[in-house]
Design a protein. Structure first.
Length: 140
């Protein structure tokens, strides 16, 4: 959770100028309230980023990732109630490789255009689009 919060803060800080802004977190088109675009692929968590201006090419399929279902309205729980958190349910989504980038660094979903999913520990704090793409391509 701390890593996700740190990533969000870094991405917001990286958008200082419009010409060199880093990509923005993707918005879930169905539930735009508190849900974060994310998937889990081969045990690694990836966060969705808007990638319209990154000029990345989507390559061949690499398999299936799991996307957590979003429920941003948990049931009310008052002090003294015996509330148990709801179990997160996942659905399978097809993912594809990005040309020139290792799948353990970043992937794309076949059914979501202009969004890439970057592993949460990759390329944090990178400023500018070109530097961000270079970081993705050089990461191992």
């Amino acid at each position: 959770m701390r890593v996700a919060l740190a990533l969000a803060v870094i991405l917001l800080a990286a958008t200082a100028t419009a010409g060199t802004a880093a990509p923005q977190p993707a918005v879930d088109p169905v539930a735009q309230a508190k849900c974060v675009a994310r998937v889990v692929y081969k045990g690694v968590e990836y966060r969705g980023l808007e990638a319209t201006h990154l000029r990345l090419n989507v390559g061949r399929p690499v398999g299936t990732a799991q996307e957590p279902q979003c429920d941003d309205t948990p049931p009310p729980c008052r002090p003294g109630d015996n509330c148990t958190p709801q179990k997160t349910e996942y659905r399978d989504v097809a993912v594809r490789r990005l040309t020139g980038i290792r799948p353990r660094v970043a992937i794309a979903r076949r059914d979501v255009a202009h969004v890439i999913y970057v592993a949460v520990d990759r390329c944090r704090g990178t400023r500018g689009r070109a530097a961000f793409v270079r970081c993705l391509k050089k990461s191992r």
